[in-house]
Write a protein of this length. Structure first.
Length: 558
């Protein structure tokens, strides 16, 4: 491996690995997957996912296997839950550097790496415990395998053996299959839409396309099919039936608390992927290749660049439109768009540095969004010291209003990340306007990376104090006690992971709500409710309120 690859891997490890366990996992998604992995270790059943020691058919097991493996090495904790995604970040940066160097040059590869490190959400999600980084990595690798096969399919000699001719196609299909085994069939749907739209757009390039699609998706079906068929043989078809029903429901209905407006992901990608998003805007549609680039590059490389840009445009719009139409709106649902967005943004930077091609739209959005984000971040510590300014905004939400009662220690230096991103954006805009595009690119991307890292370090623990700190503190305090803890009126997985719930083997289960609320339980029961959703808990026999804190109400039933 060349020195530049070692440098990128070391830089990624330096940015993604430290402080992974510095903040508790966040409900729902982070704790959900970590709890599934913890229960794998406790029960020894690595084949069928479960949560609360009941079958969990919402997700396949591949990512859970990664987390459970990390937990078996480093213990059941936040670091282990997030470690797989940190490793995915290292793999992703090496991959984009390799592709960027192949299609353009080493400068492009380095800029693409900086685009990931210097943009807010692309950097952030490698330090999370959600399932999407590996899911997106496998999808992108799968589609790239198909692209690479199409590029090389007509250059191989006819007498070459099957593996030489089809290895990119088979490896790409297998990686897509791993994506399906990570999060579900939506990976196959996305790939099918991307490949199908490309086929429709370039019917003149369709020689053998149908046959190649069949081979590609046949390879993709193998990893997922092995898991499904094995489960059907061992346990019958009901788990798979519930799994399929859930996948359909996820696309057609909205989860409680996860709704949003039609343009939700447009805002998420523009602001959340800043600054690279503003550089990608000119390249989201059409061919913007400069005349100088066409003259300088060889015919083959020029065709590959144009073709790959088209693939990235199609991938971006498929992800954007698909998840804009899906009724469930969550920030990371559109995270697969980070691959095409960072690539198309890097194309703008690369062309600007080499040929001074500077789209006007970039100079408009760059300082505006930088100052906007910076102003919001600077305002947060000030508002933390003047909570009375926020209370009128939450008069209709008693739980959110009570969250503001949390004691959070805000300091003046918490405003520094906001100043950094604002100054970096304005300085980059000035250099961009004056033709110093290299300085502009480095300034805004380094500023974005410093901003994201410092926000994670300075802000997340304080934000958690408002949102879930009181509940997790309660769960951890009762982790060694023989008891059942049950959230009432809201969905949560935190009580399972942080109270370290042990397997329940009795039948009927003694931890069912009707038993612990109205029956004669054999241990102490704790109920946790939000202040605006107490339900029937205050009226249960032998149940008393312990205390209230930051919007949560804690009860005990002997």
């Amino acid at each position: 491996m060349r020195k530049d690859y070692w440098l990128i891997a070391g830089l990624a490890a330096l940015l993604f690995l430290p402080f992974l366990g510095n903040v508790h996992l966040f409900d729902w998604d982070e704790i959900n997957f970590a709890e599934c992995a913890r229960e794998m270790l406790l029960t020894g059943d690595w084949f069928r996912p479960q949560v609360n020691f009941e079958p969990f058919w919402e997700k396949p097991p591949l990512f859970l296997w990664m987390q459970a493996s990390a937990m078996s090495l480093f213990g059941v904790n936040e670091f282990s839950a997030r470690l797989p995604n940190a490793l995915c970040g290292i793999a992703t940066l090496l991959l984009v550097y390799r592709i960027g160097t192949r299609l353009h040059d080493r400068m492009f590869g380095g800029l693409w790496v900086l685009a990931w490190l210097g943009s807010i959400l692309p950097h952030l999600y490698f330090r999370s415990g959600i399932i999407d980084p590996w899911f997106n990595f496998f999808i992108f690798c799968g589609i790239y395998g198909f692209i690479d096969f199409r590029w090389s399919a007509f250059t191989h000699k006819r007498d070459a053996d099957f593996w030489v001719r089809y290895r990119s196609l088979l490896l790409g299909g297998t990686l897509l299959g791993l994506a399906i085994l990570t999060k579900g069939p939506v990976a196959g749907l996305i790939a099918l839409l991307v490949l199908g739209i490309y086929r429709a757009k370039f019917s003149n390039k369709a020689k053998g396309y149908g046959r190649h699609l069949v081979i590609f998706f046949a390879a993709a079906s193998v990893p997922f099919a092995l898991w499904l068929l094995s489960d059907i043989v061992l346990h019958g078809p009901w788990f798979i039936r519930e799994f399929i029903v859930y996948q359909f429901r996820l696309l057609t209905t909205s989860d409680a608390g996860h709704t949003g407006f039609l343009g939700y992901h447009a805002v998420v990608l523009l602001l959340g992927c800043f600054p690279i998003s503003v550089f990608a805007l000119p390249n989201l549609w059409g061919d913007r290749e400069s005349q100088e680039e066409c003259l300088e590059s060889s015919t083959l490389h020029s065709c590959m660049r144009c073709d790959f840009a088209t693939w990235m445009q199609i991938l971006f719009w498929v992800v954007f439109v698909l998840f804009s139409l899906v009724r469930t709106k969550i920030v990371h649902y559109s995270s697969l768009a980070y691959f095409p967005l960072t690539y198309l943004g890097t194309v703008t930077l690369w062309r600007a540095i080499r040929w001074q091609v500077r789209p006007r739209i970039t100079s408009i959005f760059m300082p505006t969004i930088a100052v906007l984000i910076g102003a919001v971040v600077v305002a947060i510590p000030y508002l933390g010291h003047h909570i009375e300014l926020l209370r009128p905004l939450f008069t209709r939400d008693t739980f959110a209003l009570a969250n503001l009662d949390a004691h959070v220690d805000w300091k003046w230096w918490h405003s520094i990340p906001g100043v950094v991103i604002a100054v970096a954006g304005v300085a980059a805009w000035w250099w961009w306007k004056t033709g110093k595009t290299g300085q502009a690119a480095l300034t805004v991307l380094l500023g974005g990376g410093i901003f994201t890292s410092s926000v994670l370090l300075l802000f997340t623990r304080n934000i958690e104090c408002y949102s879930q700190g009181a509940a997790i503190e309660f769960y951890k305090n009762h982790a060694d006690e023989r008891c059942f803890i049950h959230p009432v009126g809201y969905k949560s997985y935190a009580h399972l992971f942080y109270a370290q719930k042990m397997p329940v083997t009795c039948d009927p289960r003694p931890d069912l709500y009707q038993t612990i609320a109205h029956g004669r339980p054999d241990r102490k029961i704790y109920f946790v409710a939000k202040i605006n959703r107490l339900e029937e808990i205050p009226h249960l026999s032998h149940c008393r309120e312990l205390y209230r804190k930051n919007g949560f109400v804690f009860f005990e039933r002997e």
